[in-house]
Unconditional design. Structure first.
Length: 598
């Protein structure tokens, strides 16, 4: 069969009403894809935490619509996934045919990291390639050197991180490639769950393919593409206008991450992320020169395409086009056109293959956080203080012949922002996954959540206080193993405009039956556990925004009543005197104390 490649098209002019109608239909397609994927999936990381992405692309890999249920770190990379697929196929002399389904997770060909598997279907109409239906999802295991798909912090290269699929066809010409499916089942832990999730992705892509063809049949391909280009041009224009409102110039900031604090090699800890923002009219360049060199044998490196670019795009979208302050701007490839990103080859933000990258999530948050610090110089009302990074744990074990794997996220927190306190106990920035219910964990796994609460007296003080992080204790009810990746045990989230820094996080392994309590670093490789062993993860608390002495005393009292801060902290950090008998603010004493502290 001869397949027609996409050709340049002369698109018609289209009226705004039709463009919005088509846009609504495209968004409906992406939402349906995401809904079907979440409902058909086996694992809680997709089903409950919604760590997946679903999108429709045109034949040039421009993103036309995305599922709003999904996380930015799954949605944003999808165009890069598809470009990586096409690059890999061109290198191998491969081509697409109707009925093909692609499996792709290669981190140096657009994928975010190995466990985030992309499934793509080329959409053909009368043998013409007109677009792609694509989903991504985080999978519980990918056949790495140790169980799970997180906490593989001792991987020495990309091959130790698990199976690498570079544009492999699950179906070719509509025929199932059974040998690939056999390989998946034979080389992945908890394969029934993982393969079931992959099948759910395929099914969701088929829904997207079918609905897109129905839309094209209804309106015509030229009309659909013209509407999409109109919306991309609008999104680009809105981003350019937001950049133009900022003063031209160059603005820099630095951030630091723990790295591997227990490693004797100083090159593997206290790692720097440097961000320089250059604004020139309606264009913005983000340069990461000065970022620490890559670590060749530890997976803290970040793929330039798939992680670093998404951390930057999401932060700029959030800071410059805040939907709480302005009209809705469609999320599509037009938003990225004014933004140019550079990073020296061989640094943490642009590693050279086969440097490992599987633990790239928390470092990517540092990139986003540092970019926000640089933007604070030109958009002070649109940023927050430093964020409290997350921690991602992998729990696993074997019950008879059933190999179980579970991934758990300890949420972080946001810094204070202009007019509002930081958000408490949430996944941050580009990851943004949902909390997994305790009931779901304990119903399906030999684990018990014995503690889960917000941290008191630890958020950065400010006119708008930093968010509270969380403490989470998970106990093993059967022997198993665990590993962890995280950040923020050494470097506290930064305060801003007179606000105080937040507090670092922590990690402990406890065994109440043995009276044992050991402190651990923010990341550790797979270690065996006994019954009763409990992993305690403590997330950092966000930085404060503005002078704490300017905080409304009524809000300080409210925090005391809610148990967020003590009476002593209210007095020491905020200069607010609270009468413990009546639990009311002593206004006169507060004025005197604040005058003395100021």
């Amino acid at each position: 069969m001869t397949v027609a490649l996409p050709q340049p098209r002369q698109l018609p002019q289209i009226d705004p009403v039709t463009a919005q109608v088509v846009a609504g239909a495209l968004n409906g397609i992406a939402l349906e894809m995401g809904h079907k994927l979440a409902r058909m999936s086996y694992s809680s990381i997709i089903r409950e935490s919604e760590d997946f992405g679903a999108a429709i692309l045109d034949a040039d890999c421009q993103q036309l619509a995305e599922c709003a249920y999904s996380t930015p770190l799954q949605l944003g990379p999808i165009p890069g996934y598809m470009r990586g697929v096409l690059k890999a196929m061109a290198e191998d002399g491969e081509a697409f045919y109707p009925g093909d389904v692609i499996l792709h997770n290669h981190s140096y060909y657009g994928a975010s990291h190995g466990p985030d598997i992309g499934i793509g279907i080329p959409i053909f109409r009368n043998d013409e390639l007109i677009g792609y239906s694509f989903t991504t999802a985080h999978h519980l295991d990918i056949g790495s050197s140790s169980p799970g798909s997180c906490g593989i912090v001792d991987a020495v290269d990309a091959f130790a991180e698990g199976l690498q699929f570079k544009a492999v066809k699950l179906y070719e010409n509509g025929v199932k490639n059974r040998q690939v499916w056999r390989m998946l089942r034979q080389n992945i832990r908890s394969s029934q769950v993982v393969v079931g999730d992959i099948e759910a992705q395929v099914a969701a892509c088929r829904v997207g393919e079918q609905r897109f063809l129905e839309l094209v049949d209804q309106y015509g391909l030229d009309t659909v593409l013209a509407a999409s280009e109109t919306l991309m041009t609008y999104s680009e224009r809105m981003m350019r206008q937001a950049i133009e409102r900022l003063p031209d110039g160059t603005y820099s900031a630095e951030g630091y991450m723990d790295g591997f604090l227990d490693d004797p090699d100083p090159a593997k800890k206290d790692l720097k992320v440097a961000v320089t923002v250059t604004i020139d009219g309606s264009d913005m360049t983000i340069d990461l020169a000065g970022t620490s060199p890559q670590i060749d044998d530890r997976p803290i490196n970040m793929p330039f395409v798939g992680t670093v670019d998404i951390a930057i795009f999401v932060t700029l979208r959030s800071v410059l086009l805040d939907t709480a302050l302005m009209e809705y701007v469609p999320q599509n490839s037009g938003l990225t056109r004014p933004i140019h990103i550079t990073a020296p080859k061989g640094c943490l933000a642009n590693p050279i293959y086969p440097a490992p990258v599987i633990a790239r999530c928390c470092p990517g948050n540092v990139v986003a956080d540092t970019l926000m610090k640089a933007l604070a110089q030109v958009a002070p009302h649109n940023v927050s203080g430093g964020i409290g990074n997350i921690k991602v744990a992998s729990y696993s074990g074997a019950l008879d012949e059933d190999y179980w794997v579970y991934m758990d996220i300890t949420e972080g927190s946001y810094g204070g922002r202009y007019g509002k306190d930081g958000m408490d106990g949430v996944d941050t920035l580009y990851a943004n996954t949902r909390n997994n219910p305790i009931e779901d964990i304990e119903a399906h796994l030999p684990l018990r959540v014995t503690r889960y609460e917000l941290i008191e007296n630890a958020s950065g003080a400010g006119q708008y206080r930093g968010g509270l992080g969380s403490i989470r204790d998970i106990q093993f009810l059967a022997p198993g193993q665990m590993s962890l990746e995280g950040e923020g045990n050494k470097y506290a989230p930064w305060g801003i405009f007179g606000g105080s820094d937040g507090t670092p996080g922590g990690v402990q392994i406890l065994n109440p039956m043995e009276g044992r309590e050991d402190d651990l670093p923010s990341k550790f490789p797979c270690r065996k556990t006994r019954v009763g062993d409990t992993l305690r993860t403590i997330s950092p608390c966000g930085g404060g925004y503005g002078n704490p002495l300017e905080r409304d005393p009524a809000l300080v009292l409210e925090d005391v009543l809610d148990g967020y801060v003590s009476i002593e902290v209210a007095q020491g950090d905020y200069g607010v005197v609270i009468d413990p008998a009546g639990m009311v603010v002593d206004d006169a004493a507060t004025r005197v104390l604040r005058q003395a502290m100021g």
